[in-house]
Design a protein around this ligand. Structure first.
Ligand code: GDP
Ligand code: MG
Length: 303
């Protein structure tokens, strides 16, 4: 038997779940060593399921970053996000439940209820420990958490600083089932460049705008074309009302220029080539509460 035949490979899907803002996307990016998933302090930053793939020797980890689970399901967008998050726990090998070490909330309890219906191994991550000065305070939290569901491990860490993340990956490897690798060793996501570009533009907008407006917008790539050494990208920022258009554009176009500049710089790094980026702002009334509009803007049941 050759050496390859004798090697036992491990492979599995790991869903990262939790309420909004606990650091799920930051954790996935940290594990991958690459910024794939967009992050911000505002809820609804992650709207799509996103795979992050990491292969280390014989082990292939397929992470699923999910939208936060929202307790308010009043709009079509929030219902879509909850379905995407709950659905992402179907047919996975491990669920990683992320909580903020500083703040337990009712929304965390809502996620625990979903976890109780799972049959696969569960790992709890107590994130943001860099914000906890007195580490003794972690012990009662870990104790409390251990009573909420039967976790195979509880790992305190800081996704932002990268502390404790290795220990998490070790625990996950021990829980990964044997199996064949589904992706090439150097593949890191299942998403297209087009998708990653639209998301990165939305991240810059989300961070630039106040609390309410990020919910009212989405980004659609109209053109993505290689022309010589440049990649020519044109994107539409859809808002719900004409008043919002002015806010996104800003005084004399200042805000839109900042968003365009920040997005272009990061995208050139992500794609490894020069980009010509054009942004347009257009109004489509009520798109986020209209199932058909959501569908046509890329919010599909499968992701
Ligand atoms: P998600 O909604 O669960 O995906 O959360 P994000 O990954 O978008 O993070 C939400 C916010 O928490 C962002 O501002 C992150 O920078 C911040 N954050 C994430 N992890 C940590 C951490 O370990 N420490 C600190 N201090 N902040 C973090
Ligand atoms: Mg996220």
């Amino acid at each position: 038997m050759s050496k390859i035949d004798a090697q036992i490979n491990k492979s599995g899907v790991i869903a990262i779940v939790g309420r909004p803002n606990v650091g799920k996307s930051t954790l996935m990016n940290r594990i991958l060593g690459e910024k794939l998933s967009i992050t911000s302090r505002k809820p609804q930053t992650t709207r799509h399921r996103l795979l992050g793939i990491k292969t280390v020797g014989g082990s292939q980890f397929t992470y699923v970053d999910t939208p936060g689970i929202h307790s308010n399901a009043e709009t079509a967008m929030n219902r879509y996000l909850n379905r995407a998050a709950a659905g992402s726990m179907d047919n996975v090998d491990v669920v990683v439940f992320v909580v903020d070490g500083g703040k337990w909330s009712e929304e965390d309890d809502a996620v625990v209820e979903l976890l109780k219906q799972q049959h696969c191994p569960l790992v709890a991550v107590v994130n943001k420990i860099d914000q906890i000065g007195d580490k003794e305070k972690l012990l009662p939290l870990i104790e409390q958490l251990s009573k909420k569901a039967s976790f195979d491990a509880i790992v305190p860490l800081s996704a932002l600083k990268g502390k404790g993340v290795d220990q998490l990956e070790d625990r996950l490897e021990s829980l990964l089932p044997e199996g064949v690798h589904l992706y090439d060793e150097d593949q890191i996501t299942d998403r297209s460049e087009r998708f990653l570009v639209a998301e990165r533009i939305r991240e810059k907008l989300t961070r630039q705008l106040g609390q309410e407006l990020p919910y009212a917008l989405t980004v659609e790539i109209e053109q993505f074309k290689e022309s010589g050494k440049l990649t020519d990208i044109s994107a539409v920022i859809w808002v719900e009302r004409s008043g919002q258009k002015g806010i996104v554009i800003g005084k004399k176009g200042a805000r839109l220029r900042t968003v365009g500049k920040e997005a272009r710089e990061e995208l050139e790094e992500l794609l490894g080539r020069k980009i010509f980026l054009q942004l347009w702002v257009k109004v489509r009334a009520g798109w986020s509460d209209d199932d058909r509009a959501l569908h046509s803007l890329g919010y599909r049941e499968d992701g």
